[in-house]
Structures are given as structure tokens and as C-alpha cells.
Ligand binder design. Structure first.
Ligand code: PRP
Length: 207
């Protein structure tokens, strides 16, 4: 699996704000929005473009647009905090939704919402979730996408644990990962260390 770590001083500073336990919910959401813009910017860097004619106030010239705009799929709840900024960055993108909650004891993901186009053949898909921990939620989401014909999937995550990356690699799914950090690993409660806590709770309060 291709993994790209976005290594940029502004991204590192935003990630530090998100990691800091003193950051309140509003500041956490603001930092997540800003960092999402950087992750999307890097994730889409190699996307194919097409040219078209455009008239400036002075002359006719050639313009550029995305040849095949992606589908954005935030994984609820935590991915919701990424979707506004991602769709602002890619205005032509459509948006689908997946709801996935991790059972706190078994750490297994349970799907509670699936709102996706029937066919994803030929459509690049960007899955938005701040955290890749065990990888269970992402693997389950990707299964839903592959069942609809997706063959070009990008996981956009703020922090990723090596265990989650290994799980995605093992799955053999057509996925690449764009992240701001590969952290040290998971603790006994399957939380990313050092991580940033629970990205859903830190945006929206405890469930
Ligand atoms: C968190 C996070 C991911 C998942 C990562 O969601 O946003 O979706 O856990 O863990 P995994 O890689 O081990 O599956 P959570 O289940 O806490 O739900 P929430 O977003 O509604 O808070």
C-alpha cells in the first residue's frame, strides 16, 4: 500500500494543536479543518486534469480542471469535521456518508449508516476519518466501497497507527493512505499513542 506522510511545518503545528489536551472542542474542530485542507491538497496532487477554453477579461486561454472529480466519504462521527473543508477544496466532488462506531470492549466496528451511490466504478473515492487505529473501521468502510465497484480508494487520516496500516496492507484492497503522522502504536484500549484522544469526542463531546 502506498503511504504518504504530509511533512510540512504548518501541518505539524496544526497536528500539535490537535494533540494538546488543553485544546477545546472549537479549537480542535478549527485545527482539523485547516489540516484537512493540507491533506486533501497533497492527496489530489497527482490527479489527472483536463484542459478547456476560458475567456479572461483580456484574452482567450486554456484552463485546467479535474478530469474525474472524486467522491468524498466522511466516516461518522469524526470524519464529519473534515468534509466541509474537503468539499470546499474540491467543489465538484460528490459526498457520500458512512456511519461506523467502534464497540468499546471488542474494538470491532459496527456500521449504522450507509448513504452511497449504487455504482462507484471509475470514481476515485476519498475516505475521510481523522484516526486509523486498529484499521477495523476503515477496512469495513472500504469493503462497502469495493462492493459498489470502487477500485481507486484513498484513506485520508490525521493520525495512523502502524497496526492500522498493517491491517489495510493485509486486506489487499486497492487503497492508499495520506496522513499527517504515523504514530507509535496502540495502547491496551486500542487508542493511538501518543495520538489525539477520541477525535469524535474532542469535536462533539462524549457520546
Ligand atoms: C474512531 C475514529 C475511527 C475509529 C478508528 O471512531 O474516528 O472511525 O475510531 O478506530 P479503528 O481503526 O480501531 O476502527 P469511533 O468509533 O470512536 O466513533 P466516533 O467517530 O463516532 O467517535
Amino acid at each position: 500500500m502506498r503511504t504518504q506522510v504530509v511533512d510540512h511545518p504548518l501541518a505539524s503545528a496544526l497536528l500539535t494543536t490537535m494533540r494538546d489536551e488543553r485544546t477545546d472542542n472549537a479549537a480542535f474542530r478549527a485545527a482539523l479543518r485547516e489540516l484537512t485542507q493540507m491533506l486533501i491538497y497533497e492527496a489530489i496532487r497527482d490527479a489527472p486534469t483536463e484542459e478547456f477554453d476560458v475567456q479572461t477579461p483580456v484574452a482567450r486561454t486554456r484552463g485546467v480542471r479535474l478530469a474525474n472529480p472524486p467522491l468524498l466519504v466522511p466516516v461518522l462521527r469524526a470524519g464529519l469535521g473534515m468534509v466541509d473543508q474537503a468539499s470546499a477544496s474540491i467543489p465538484q466532488a460528490r459526498v457520500g456518508f458512512v456511519g461506523m462506531a467502534r464497540d468499546e470492549e471488542t474494538h470491532e466496528p459496527v456500521s449504522y449508516l450507509e448513504s452511497l451511490p449504487d455504482s462507484l466504478a471509475g470514481i476515485p473515492v476519498y475516505v475521510l476519518d481523522p484516526m486509523l487505529a486498529t484499521g477495523g473501521s476503515m477496512r469495513c468502510t472500504i469493503e462497502l466501497l469495493v462492493a459498489r465497484g470502487a477500485t481507486d480508494i484513498t484513506a485520508v487520516c490525521v493520525v495512523a497507527a502502524p497496526e492500522g496500516i498493517a491491517a489495510l496492507e493485509k486486506s489487499g484492497f486497492p487503497v492508499r493512505l495520506v496522513t499527517a503522522s504515523i504514530d507509535d502504536g496502540l495502547n491496551g484500549a486500542a487508542f493511538i499513542v501518543p495520538g489525539l484522544g477520541d477525535a469524535g469526542d474532542r469535536q462533539f463531546g462524549p457520546r
